[in-house]
Design a protein around this ligand. Structure first.
Ligand code: NAI
Length: 337
């Protein structure tokens, strides 16, 4: 009789299928903006991810140098860098495109709009042209507006697939877990907090009541914690004193989300994380992009989870989020229209 372990191994996808270079598991990942403060450490972290088989690094400056450097790391993936005039080549055969291209903020995320809107639109147009099936992960701020810009650009080109577009809000989730761990004296693996809404100030809505340790934080401590999660990015902007915004923690968060997506694309079940996607949850209020927990699967967005039960404080946070988020989304759409 087969042992239980052997029987399970045989019923699981065979090792040959799992590790073969079949199309399903060729995960070529491109980083657009790879020469920047986020792009460089993100490229390094992606080089360390065994689920990435090939890494394509593009920037209007510096990507070949970053690629040469990162390519010496002793993991299996191949790395290639592309110069400013090689965007289309950089996107060939790519399954996942991560976009940290643009300028970082000095003050608010919205002040970046004019510069980053056109950068993101032009990159999305190239994705539509060369890799229309790719999953697109948008880091460039303001995410609440750049994601609708990418969606509208892909839609114009007739290739928009809402399952394949993600705004990266993972840094808010990472900060929430870290800050709650600090307040409760616990560890971040025990303080995972769903963060919903969007990615800027009042649109960031942490649901502390849905985390056992978060529920215990009340009164002034609660208010301070929520404020720190919503405006944590400002701590970094201030400390860097004019030199930019979060890059290292953002690279970590970007690599973490990319790994979650790749696990889902490779068939792992139960991969659930918040991300800013085309969502039906508040569409009746004219808000058709929203972040909640999303299950990631073989074709990207598998299932959008509802908001779940909210405390009275969280109801108020959500009420403050929605009108601002709506404006940000409309601004993105208007830019492309
Ligand atoms: P950075 O200025 O250090 O790097 C940006 C890179 O983009 C530069 O290397 C630049 O050459 C490149 N670039 C500019 N135009 C390009 C184009 N058309 N094609 C390809 N590359 C292009 O900025 P940093 O700090 O890396 O930030 C990048 C973006 O990420 C900013 O918009 C920032 O606000 C955003 N961000 C997002 C966060 C999030 O949680 N989603 C957190 C932190 C930053």
């Amino acid at each position: 009789m087969l042992s239980r372990v052997t029987a399970r191994a045989l019923s699981a996808p065979s090792a040959a299928r799992f590790f073969s270079a079949s199309a399903a598991h060729q995960t070529k990942v491109a980083v657009l903006g790879a020469g920047g403060g986020i792009g460089q450490p993100l490229s390094l972290l992606l080089k360390s991810d065994p689920l990435v088989t090939s890494l394509s690094l593009y920037d209007i400056r510096g990507a070949p140098g970053v690629a040469a450097d990162v390519s010496h790391v002793d993991t299996a993936s191949e790395v290639k860098g592309y110069a400013a005039d090689q965007l289309d080549q950089a996107l060939e055969g790519v399954k996942v495109v991560v976009i940290p291209a643009g300028v970082p903020r000095k003050m608010t995320r919205d002040d970046l709009f004019n510069t980053n809107a056109s950068i993101v639109r032009d990159l999305a147009a190239a994705v539509a042209r060369v890799a229309p099936e790719a999953h697109v992960l948008v880091i460039s701020n303001p995410v609440n507006s750049t994601v609708p810009i990418v969606a509208a650009t892909l839609e114009k080109a007739g290739v928009f697939n809402p399952r394949h577009l993600f705004g990266i809000t993972t840094l808010d989730v990472v900060r929430a877990a870290r800050f709650l761990a600090g307040v409760t004296g616990s560890t971040p693996d025990k303080t995972v907090v769903p963060v919903i809404g969007g990615h800027s100030g009042a649109t960031i809505v942490p649901l502390l009541s849905q985390t056992p340790l978060g529920k215990g934080v009340t009164g002034e401590a609660y208010k301070a914690l929520v404020n720190r999660i919503q405006f944590g990015g400002d701590e970094v902007v201030k400390a860097k004193d004019g030199a930019g915004s979060a890059t290292l923690s953002m690279a970590y968060a970007g690599a973490k989300f990319t790994n979650s997506l790749l696990r889902g694309l490779n068939g792992e079940k139960g991969v659930v994380t918040p991300t800013f996607v085309k969502s039906p949850l508040f569409a009746d209020q004219g808000i058709d992009f929203f972040s909640t927990n999303v299950e990631l699967g073989l074709d990207g967005v598998e299932k959008i989870h509802p908001v779940g039960p909210l405390s009275a404080e969280e109801e108020a946070l959500l009420a403050a989020c929605l009108p601002e988020l709506k404006k940000n989304i409309e601004k993105g759409k208007a830019f492309v229209a």
